[in-house]
Design a protein around this ligand. Structure first.
Ligand code: ADP
Ligand code: ADP
Length: 226
């Protein structure tokens, strides 16, 4: 099943002489359980592609389809609702809430979505265990290593069973060994949950472990070999 489909997506910034054409007619399909690595130089449009895929930005042309829903026909409210119920976002810097434990950080989005504290806690522990940070559940972010913090952030992104997981340099501030560990955890999560994942990374060793690698060229998404 294709959880994420971009077809003929067009996105530029500015007008006239200062116009930057980032995506001209970009096509990309990511299947359930598939991990696609996005490798491209700085300024090529990786963040733009992720923001469009996560409904944080709208294209000026083309279609972004999530779980079969064509988002060009949705209003702001419909897009926000679809984003909240289907998309999980992982950032380079984890943005965990410092006053709350790992368990509470992962439970928060579930409580906001209306789950009972008991259900939320069970799901949070399932995810923390899957990512190998179960024993850290009662620790606050400052008490965790960088790799542990990032795995908690991944658990939080996955808390509400997203169909699409988007990650912008999720291992960007980690050493190579920790990056490896975090990527492996993310990969097993994606396979386990059957999410479609698009991960922007500069780390070629990690990108090679994705199911597929793509890059951005001339405003298109094209296959890439490293
Ligand atoms: P990457 O993530 O690969 O570094 P971005 O998607 O952030 O690339 O940016 C792609 C291009 O679009 C860059 O030239 C950037 O300067 C431009 N750009 C991105 N966002 C905006 C914006 N809000 N306004 C103007 N230009 C932008
Ligand atoms: P890494 O191997 O990822 O670099 P660290 O060397 O930073 O990890 O930490 C090793 C272990 O010590 C980790 O399991 C982490 O949870 C724990 N730890 C690190 N800093 C603290 C702290 N301030 N308080 C409690 N535990 C900590």
């Amino acid at each position: 099943k294709a959880h994420l489909i971009l077809s003929g997506v067009h996105r530029h910034y500015g007008t006239g002489d200062t116009m930057v054409r980032v995506l001209e007619a970009a096509d990309l399909t990511v299947q359930s359980g598939e991990l696609v690595a996005l490798v491209a130089p700085s300024g090529a449009g990786k963040s733009t592609l992720l923001h469009l895929s996560g409904l944080l930005e709208s294209p000026q042309g083309g279609e972004v389809e999530i779980i079969g829903i064509k988002t060009s026909q949705l209003g702001d409210r419909g897009r926000t609702q679809l984003r909240r119920s289907t998309v999980g976002y992982v950032y380079q810097f984890h943005h965990l809430l410092p006053e709350f434990t790992a368990l509470e950080n992962v439970s928060m989005p579930q409580l906001i979505a209306g789950k009972s504290p008991r259900e939320a806690e069970a799901r949070s522990m399932e995810l923390l265990d899957l990512l190998g940070v179960g024993p850290r559940a009662s620790h606050r972010p400052a008490e965790l290593s960088g790799g542990e913090q990032q795995r908690v952030a991944i658990a939080r992104a996955a808390a509400n069973h997203p169909k699409v997981i988007l990650a912008d340099e999720p291992t960007g501030n980690l050493d190579p060994e920790t990056s490896d560990l975090v990527f492996a955890a993310l990969r097993s999560l994606i396979k386990n949950e059957g999410a479609a994942a698009l991960i922007a990374t500069h780390n070629h060793d990690l990108a090679r472990r994705a199911d597929r690698i793509v890059t951005l060229k001339g405003g298109l998404v094209v296959p890439h070999i490293l």
